[in-house]
Design a protein around this ligand. Structure first.
Ligand code: SF4
Length: 187
């Protein structure tokens, strides 16, 4: 099981490094959709969503649980917060489903998802209920290619290969065309 930290991420660089996140190596992903299917099985409305790039590459879009989450900064209700392990959590009771959909627009990774019913939006919480009983996120535990890692944020730099970075750039260019700018370093 992952370590539990007493303080939320973002308070210090050291703590932020120890907080965990999901990382998908798109150069290893085979586009099989297992991650989305497993997430749908667990939550009905999947929080990881397949897309297809202009080159025809299938790839899952997912929350990066940013250190300084743009979705949380954009929410006027304070409905998005970090938990002690670094996950950005949607507090459903605080979400008013405002028509501006600030959080959806703000996310550079298209990982705030409209539900079309009930609570207006949903997002990945790195399987908070599974983590509570010592399990990891379902997508990371079931990806047949081993493309999804549940890792300490501080290890990302050593994990990301040039092939993975290149593959990610292709997917992000599809999500956010270059004119909209690259995600900033503090994400
Ligand atoms: S389960 Fe793994 S290999 Fe399949 S689409 Fe998801 S990330 Fe890619």
């Amino acid at each position: 099981m992952s370590k539990t930290h007493a303080a939320p991420c973002g308070l210090s660089a050291a703590m932020a490094d120890e907080c965990r996140t999901l990382y998908i190596d798109y150069s290893v992903c085979i586009g099989c959709e297992t991650c989305e299917a497993v997430c749908r099985f667990v939550y009905e409305r999947p929080r990881i969503q397949m897309t297809c790039t202009i080159e025809g590459i299938a790839a899952p879009l997912y929350c990066r649980h940013c250190d300084n989450p743009k979705c949380a900064n954009a929410c006027p209700r304070g409905a998005l917060t970090k938990d002690a392990q670094g996950a950005v959590i949607l507090q459903q009771m605080l979400c008013r489903g405002c028509e501006t959909r600030n959080c959806v627009v703000a996310c550079p990774y298209s990982a705030m998802l409209l539900t079309g019913t009930g609570v207006a939006v949903t997002k990945c919480d790195m399987c908070i209920t599974r983590r509570a009983v010592g399990l990891g996120p379902a997508c990371a535990e079931t990806c047949p290619a081993g493309a999804i890692l549940y890792v300490e944020r501080g290890r990302l730099a050593e994990i990301i290969t040039p092939e993975a970075a290149e593959a990610e750039a292709r997917v992000l260019a599809h999500v956010r065309p270059p004119l909209r700018g690259k995600p900033s370093k503090d994400e």
